[in-house]
Design a protein around this ligand. Structure first.
Ligand code: PLP
Length: 463
């Protein structure tokens, strides 16, 4: 890397990015291109000779930007928030600057040690018990995604159970969740070798606001035990993807304890709100869980990919995932009981990802992060108020965080299929304007529109 060339290009790029953020509202939020559009616009092969940075940036503006759906646009209300901040951005720049491959402590002590500190800081902000912190008896790691966090937890649970049962009994292991659990769980089960016939998705209903019922779960577990199967893992969610339902962690933890089940809590989106005292109740009972994951890349301003995972017994995770090749052996790992994060994740190499979160926490402080969450929740409240004030619409599930699930409600007597058709048409016509992008979900057989309030790029009242 030539430092002077980098300086020039990076200045240009920073200007491009700042302008992009400044003008983001002027783009159609949902990309209007047709599949395959880019092949018709870019050359078939890479250039043999170098091209100028200006020429490349021109193509970015002319060909890449039109194919972007602008997740950071204030008109983007779809899926879940993918929040960012200048602190996280410059943190990522610093991460790229060092480009360290911190697979073990020795590979860059600061990479490991800052991550341990950051994980403890966030754990303290969430008022997690010491059992999840390095300053207690547990610890945390930055995974890329929730999918990886769940997979790692599941593999740790599986291996511990099979140590007693014998690997030939893998076909007896049963895993549980609700029918609202994110699909990443089903994928993790596949990857971990759980037999498809042993994956239980417990039905939920609109009456229980799509939360997992401990009673129905108990029945499922007892039936499996009676059939000679072995309950292994339960994935509870705090803030489901469709409707932000919250599973009752405390009661589920009791059940998990009774049947010796590993309880993982997926708080990918909703967990961030728990840094505010008024939302912390959703994590009540977390001391009974074995692991927890939460993605600051969703709602804590941290850019993809940043998923925090805490475990109560790091040694179980490490035992399941550790490798010890000769070329990575060193005295620190062998004699000093340092943390080698390669043993906490799927990959070996890892970036200095904690810098992003560290900069976010330091630059904004807990107070501003809380007001960022509250500001989003207030905006969603306002939207919910609009929906409620119009008799043609209804809120389908009470709003919990910053998602409002609502629908156009035709005549109560009309067929559900008719209501669905009308709502699909409404969604299509709203999205086709390019001015707003919203998505839909179906839960309990009800088709509804989802309005996810996304943050403002500038934080309220920066300290
Ligand atoms: N869990 C929940 C509750 C989610 O909402 C999502 C994504 O929306 C995921 C898991 C998947 O997250 P990832 O893409 O980080 O694997």
């Amino acid at each position: 890397l030539d430092p002077e060339e980098f300086r020039t290009q990076a200045h240009q790029m920073v200007d491009f990015i700042a302008d992009y953020y400044k003008n983001i509202e002027s783009y159609p939020v949902l990309s209007q291109v047709e599949p395959g559009y880019l092949r018709t616009r870019l050359p078939e092969n890479a250039p043999f000779l170098p091209e100028s940075f200006d020429a490349i940036m021109k193509d970015v503006q002319n060909h890449i930007v039109p194919g972007m759906t602008h997740w950071l646009s204030p008109n983007f209300f779809a899926f879940f928030p993918a929040t960012v901040s200048s602190a996280a951005f410059v943190g990522e720049m610093l991460c790229n600057c060092f480009n360290t491959v911190g697979f073990n402590w020795l590979a860059s002590p600061a990479v490991t040690e800052l991550e341990m500190i950051v994980m403890d800081w966030l754990a303290a902000m969430l008022k997690l018990p010491k059992a999840f912190m390095f300053s207690g008896t547990g610890g945390g790691v930055l995974q890329g995604t929730t999918s990886e966090a769940i997979l790692c937890a599941l593999i740790a649970a599986r291996d511990r159970k099979l140590e007693d049962l014998g690997v030939h009994n893998i076909g007896k292991l049963v895993v549980y969740s609700s029918d609202q659990t994110h699909s990443s769980y089903a994928k993790a089960c596949k990857l971990a070798g759980i037999f498809p016939c042993n994956i239980r998705a417990v039905p939920t209903s609109v009456e229980s606001e799509f939360a997992l019922s401990p009673l129905v779960l108990r029945r499922a577990i007892e039936a499996d035990v009676a059939a000679g199967l072995v309950p292994l893992f339960l994935c509870a969610t705090v803030g489901t993807t469709s409707t932000t339902a919250v599973d009752p962690v405390s009661q589920l933890a009791e059940l998990a304890d009774e049947f010796d089940i590993w309880l993982h809590v997926d708080a990918a989106y909703g967990g961030s709100a728990c840094i505010c005292p008024e939302f912390r109740q959703y994590l009540d009972g977390i001391e009974g869980a074995n692991s927890l994951s939460l993605s600051p890349h969703k709602w804590l301003l941290s850019y993809l990919d940043c998923c925090c995972m805490w475990v109560r017994e790091p040694n179980v995770l490490v035992k399941a995932l550790s490798t010890n090749p000769e070329y990575l052996r060193n005295k620190r790992s062998e004699y000093d009981s340092v943390v080698d994060y390669k043993d906490w994740q799927i990959g070996t190499g890892r970036k200095f990802k904690s810098l992003r979160l560290w900069l976010v926490m330091r630059s904004y402080g807990v107070a501003n992060l809380q007001s960022h969450i509250r500001s989003d929740v207030r905006m969603a409240e306002m939207f919910e108020g609009f929906v409620k004030s119009d008799p043609k619409f209804e809120v389908v599930v009470p709003k919990r965080f910053s998602l409002v699930c609502f629908r156009f409600n035709p005549d109560k007597e009309s067929e559900p299929a008719y209501a669905e058709l009308l709502n699909k048409k409404l969604l299509d016509s709203v999205n086709s304007t390019g001015r707003v992008y919203m998505t839909h979900t179906v839960a309990g057989g009800i088709y509804m529109l989802s309005y996810m309030y996304l943050f403002e790029i500038r934080l309220p009242a920066l300290g």
